[in-house]
Design a protein around this ligand. Structure first.
Ligand code: PLP
Length: 428
């Protein structure tokens, strides 16, 4: 057991920085990380912390990957940034060609942005403006799942289920129809079918495929999605897969939608896209969508961009990450993690402290048994977080939901330590 480790850097940080998703009144100072290697982070006092959540689900190849770093360096001395309107560059072209080979054939054009939320904003704008451009502006509403999370910008917040996250802005968010939880597939399908009586109002249906991340690591069946995508297509409603957490091997296949027979029209990517090295978002769409923006009338343009759109360093990182997928046995590592999770699940299946143990690819999630309602504001959250950190493991429970979402390079002994630390969470 080590004390939470704060040093001079943490003190300096506290004076000048407002951290994300942090209640500074009650949470301790931020731990200053000096370096990282593989699944490990090293703080300013030399303590070792296992990054069991890939630093907010991005670092798929772990920290300090020399190949990725080298490729970013080589790109930086060649071309670090160039305006992406009216100009392009080889890394973006190469990346687009490679990604399109991995995406379903509904993906024919890629639009670049900066992060997950912006990839979602672009997806929604594509769908809404498509109908505007073709003269069907009444198709305006969006469908999403209960417990959905799609990001923190205003559009993305609108798509997230009403919650304590977005309560202060609720009246300013645009209208979205929420479907019952996909973990109750029959009810969900029934409500979806009812909504289809007014299908002419809907522009798009957005979902996190097979697992709702921030909403509680809730896993659900591909059959439901196949049905919902098929129904949407029959009513000219665009389907948008938010692969921001699930893409790039996380669920055991390259994309979670690879488990589906029906393929979405629009796909959002970020996080693991650059191997966790650089911030970037990409939204794919079909030529059907793209062509609705072609016109001699400039007002039909997709007026969306960010200063760093298509940044060459981020594209170089993403290309280097794809090299690793091609040249190293990443899927062997993914399978080993999955196997290890299965073994642990078998071991703790009868442990009364845990319930609802579920696995998808490299993700294992479970609930700590408590007297309170499960959910993000469950009071066990802080106890679990602190206990794990004091024992050298970074987990960020969602209330009493504990999950492991490790870098693919994690070692078996590191996984074993994470499991052990979870088993030792004090129950009183
Ligand atoms: C499914 C999903 N969509 C969108 C986002 C938003 O991504 P970002 O934090 O990069 O804006 C997240 C982030 O956790 C996510 O998990």
């Amino acid at each position: 057991m080590q004390n939470l480790s704060f040093g001079p850097l943490s003190q300096r940080d506290q004076k000048v920085i407002w951290h994300p998703f942090t209640q500074h009144q009650i949470e301790p100072q931020s731990i200053a990380i000096q370096s990282g290697k593989g699944a490990l982070l090293f703080d300013e006092n030399g303590n070792e912390i296992i990054d069991a959540i890939s630093s907010w689900w991005v670092s798929i190849h772990g920290h300090g990957n020399e190949y990725l770093a080298q490729k970013i360096y080589e790109q930086a001395i060649q071309l670090e940034q160039v305006i992406f309107a009216g100009f392009t560059h080889p890394q973006a072209i190469k990346l687009s060609e490679r990604l399109l080979k991995k995406l379903p054939n509904t993906a024919e054009k890629l639009f670049f942005s900066d992060n997950g939320s912006t990839a979602v904003e672009v997806a929604i704008k594509m769908a809404l403006q498509y109908f505007f451009n073709i003269g069907q502006p009444e198709k305006r509403k969006i469908l999403a799942f209960e417990d959905a999370y799609h990001g923190d910008t205003f559009g993305a917040m609108s798509l997230g289920a009403p919650s304590s996250f977005n309560a202060p802005f609720q009246d300013m968010l645009f209208e979205v129809d929420f479907l019952p939880s996909p973990t109750e597939p029959e009810k969900c399908l029934e409500v979806f079918k009812e909504k289809m009586n007014n299908a002419d109002n809907y522009a798009a249906f957005i979902f996190e495929p097979l697992i709702q991340g921030a909403g509680g690591m809730k896993m659900y069946s591909p059959d439901l999605l196949n049905d919902l995508i098929q129904l949407s297509k029959s009513k000219q409603i665009f389907t948008i897969a938010d692969e921001i957490m699930t893409g790039f091997g996380r669920t055991g296949k390259f994309f979670a939608i690879d488990y589906l027979n029906q393929k979405p029209d629009i796909i959002c990517m970020s996080k693991g896209l650059t191997g966790g090295m650089m911030a970037m978002g990409i939204t794919s769409c079909s030529n059907q969508v793209f062509e609705a923006f072609l016109s001699n009338d400039r007002s039909k343009t997709l007026f969306h961009s960010h200063s760093f759109t298509g940044n060459p360093l981020a594209c170089a990182a993403a290309n280097a990450s794809l090299d690793l997928f091609e040249n190293e046995n990443i899927f062997e590592k993914i399978e080993k993690i999955n196997h290890s999770h299965q073994n642990w699940k078998n071991k703790i299946q009868q442990n009364q402290n845990f319930k609802n143990i579920r696995i998808l690819g490299t993700i294992i999630a479970l609930e700590l048994t408590t007297n309170e309602k499960s959910g993000y504001l469950n009071s066990k959250r802080d106890l679990i977080y602190t206990h794990c950190l004091q024992n050298g493991v970074l987990l960020r429970p969602l209330g009493n939901t504990i999950y492991i979402l490790p870098p693919f390079v994690i070692q078996q002994k590191e996984l074993n330590k994470i499991y052990q630390v979870i088993e030792e969470i004090p129950m009183n």
